[in-house]
Design a protein around this ligand. Sequence first.
Ligand code: 6PG
Length: 255
Amino acid sequence: MMAPAAPDVRRFADLDALSRAAAEELAAIAHAAVAARGVCHVALSGGSTPRRLFQLVVQRGAAALPWPQLALWWGDERTVPPDHADSNYRMAREALIDPAAGFGLAAAQVHRIAGEHADPAVAAADYERAVVAALGTPPRFDLVLLGMGPDGHTASLFPGSPALTETARWVVANPVVSPLVHGATTRITLTAPAINAARHVRFLVAGADKAAALAAVLGGPRDPARYPAQLIAPAPGDAAWLVDDAAAAALGGRS
Ligand code: 6PG
């Protein structure tokens, strides 16, 4: 039996260098997708790591991306209104969408998850319908950007949460219990099958607080219930990890 291929891990000195490389990747993937299919469907990650990437993408200006042919989605969302401080959409609107006004990204190209919906299961079903309507089944995003928490979660696939074993749905409302969400909450998230259907998955991981989990995810025994990022293995698509030296500190060797 063939050994699993070694993960594609790309190390950078810091978050800024990592984000510059991610901006290049995004541009290359977007231009290739548009040349092949006339559109590029990107699922943005949440949390704080992608903010620098978003700022750099805007700084590179209108010519850097095929803005009129982009479709922006989210890999996950918190169950909060779009103007809430915890909203992944709000961070992207402030760092990417609003500053890119005039680049040719129309409101209809932005597909946010309705975190404000009274019933997260309905919001998840609505988002799933929109994803399938645009991308078919399986929904094949051109790029899914992901972060990783210090517990090895990615998107809103948290350790021990029900969504980890979901094999049929593409989007679910996932009840989460974790100190990282200050107790218990419900998140709306792409499932592992949806992420693994993508053409390209890129993890952006920075900071010393991620080092132990990154080493466990990439080099430890397979235990996706504990380290959900291990669920991500796109096929026939590809995955790569863009990590800074601080996050890679426990990986050993220079990858
Ligand atoms: C979220 C994200 C989540 C995030 C990681 C890393 O909604 O929080 O989708 O998966 O990517 O928690 O977050 P940071 O980038 O803030 O470290």
